[in-house]
Design a protein around this ligand. Structure first.
Ligand code: SAM
Ligand code: SF4
Ligand code: F3S
Length: 452
């Protein structure tokens, strides 16, 4: 068989959904680069347009259909023929069924078939027709592929794929398969290479990093992994997501004791009502969650606690919601992602009838957002008059004369770009910022000293 090549072709990738998709997209880019293709920003300039899709909520599905359709009105691409490829979680869920909603898709590749995307696209160019691959059991995962990272200083490092938890509302275990941990040494070697190439921060990824290693060793080895990754010399380690039912005391110890592990914990609560948590199959209670939060705060007092909360799970009553509000007030989150429940066909929760009106759910959602905004503001106020080290990511999106970075507590930090300096000289560097303004979603202050 001739060697696959995409020499001279241009490609553009649009990524939706979570960090796992972002990482998968970086691997798809790496593979296409290695086959000779060149990335361009706009689909209009691309011979290959790739959508990495998400189906965690309904809005994500609809967005894909709109985006695919809009490709029909693009001008002809540089090479004459355009191939549209759909990957990610909708591709895995629907396979060819996707074509009932969109008819201009040439390649469909599932979440387990990323290593084959180059061949599938090349075949779509050569043979035409539709190329589909969504088998669940593929030997080669995305992590074995070439890697085209979005930034030089930060890397998403999957430590495991899949999920075994089957929360009753969630589609992810059906589209990402069962938990599969990467070997410790493979992760450590990868981070070592990243550090040598200039990476300063890694984010360890998994749907439930707290159960890392259970499939390999019979029990979680996440705490040990944190310590081993820190031994590589990487300056900042962050991780997501952390399931409360599997958060072990030894993980809290590692967070408290290893300086490279950032003082930020994303601990998704989903609801403050033990009754709803049971219906969600989360396998912890409100009381247990609060105990965990207290234990974490005892070891790491200024920790930034963040969370995910779903409002309007089927059958949620005003009393249940009041418990979510009071939990958010008690925990005082630094930030939270709040979602309105979205029915996902095929999940157990989709079978539960719910008489609650959309207005009532929206009203609850807005009340929750107000509480989160007030605790987020309060959290950031704690940084006033402090000097925080910010890892600079680029210019502020709203004002190019400001630098934007991240503090160890996951806060967005802004400061003025010094006169005559260029943003590029700061990207990927750490600067000290003396905070004089603390708002709900960002800190602002003056640069102190130079970049390092
Ligand atoms: N594995 C992560 C965890 O448990 O923390 C969550 C991953 S999921 C991609 C991100 C968030 O989406 C979940 O924490 C949940 O709040 C939200 N989510 C998942 N399914 C949902 C649904 N059917 N409707 C609304 N929000 C949903
Ligand atoms: Fe979905 Fe639950 Fe798995 Fe998170 S832990 S991905 S919410 S099933
Ligand atoms: Fe979406 Fe798939 Fe992530 S459904 S949230 S992209 S695992």
């Amino acid at each position: 068989m001739p060697q696959t090549t995409l020499q001279g072709k241009t490609y553009s990738i649009r990524t939706f959904g979570c960090q796992m998709n972002l990482h998968d997209s970086e691997r798809v880019s790496g593979l296409l680069d290695s086959l000779g293709a060149l990335e361009v920003a706009e689909p209009a300039d691309a011979d290959i347009v790739i959508f990495m899709t998400c189906c965690v909520r309904e809005a994500a599905d609809t967005r894909l259909y709109g985006q695919c359709s809009s490709c029909k009105s693009l001008p002809a691409p540089p090479g004459g023929k355009r191939v549209i490829a759909v990957g990610g979680c909708i591709a895995q869920r629907d396979g060819e069924g996707l074509l009932t909603n969109v008819d201009n898709v040439d390649v469909i590749f599932g979440t387990h078939s990323i290593a084959h995307v180059g061949d599938l696209i090349a075949r779509a160019f050569e043979e035409g027709g539709r190329q589909v691959r969504t088998e669940e059991r593929e030997e080669a995962g995305a992590t074995s592929m070439p890697w085209h990272r979005a930034t030089s200083y930060h890397a998403w490092v999957p430590i495991m794929t899949g999920c075994n938890n089957f929360c009753s509302y969630c589609i992810v275990p059906y589209v990402r398969g069962r938990e599969k941990s990467r070997p410790v040494q493979e992760i450590v070697d990868e981070v070592t290479v990243l550090v040598r190439s200039g990476v300063r921060e890694v984010t360890l990824l998994g749907q439930n990093v707290n159960s890392y290693g259970r499939d390999l060793f019979g029990s979680s080895r996440f705490a040990e992994l944190l310590r081993r990754v820190a031994d590589t010399g990487v300056e900042r380690i962050t991780f997501t997501s952390s399931h409360p039912k599997d958060l072990l005391p030894e993980t809290i110890d590692a967070m408290a004791e290893v300086p490279a592990v950032m003082p930020h914990l994303h601990l998704a609560v989903q609801s403050g009502s033990s009754r709803i948590l049971k219906l969600m199959n989360r396998r912890y209670t409100r009381e247990h969650y609060i105990e965990l939060v207290d234990a974490v705060r005892e070891r790491i007092p200024r920790i930034a606690l963040t969370t995910d909360i779903i409002v309007g799970f089927p059958g949620e009553t005003e009393e249940d919601f009041a418990e979510t509000l009071s939990l958010a007030e008690r925990v005082r989150y630094a930030q939270a992602f709040t979602f309105i429940y979205s029915k996902r066909e095929g999940t157990p929760a989709a079978k539960i009838d719910d008489p609650t009106s959309r207005e009532v759910i929206l009203d609850r959602f807005n009340r929750l957002v107000k509480v989160i905004e007030s605790t987020a503001f309060e959290y950031n106020q704690g940084s006033l008059d402090q000097t925080v080290p910010a890892l600079i990511e680029g210019p502020s999106k709203k004002d190019a004369s400001k630098l934007q970075g991240k503090s160890p507590w996951n806060q967005t930090v802004l400061c003025p770009l010094p006169a005559c300096a260029r943003v590029e000289d700061y990207v990927g560097k750490i600067v000290d910022v003396h905070v004089d303004t603390a708002r709900t979603w960002y800190l602002f202050g003056e640069l102190e000293g130079g970049a390092r």
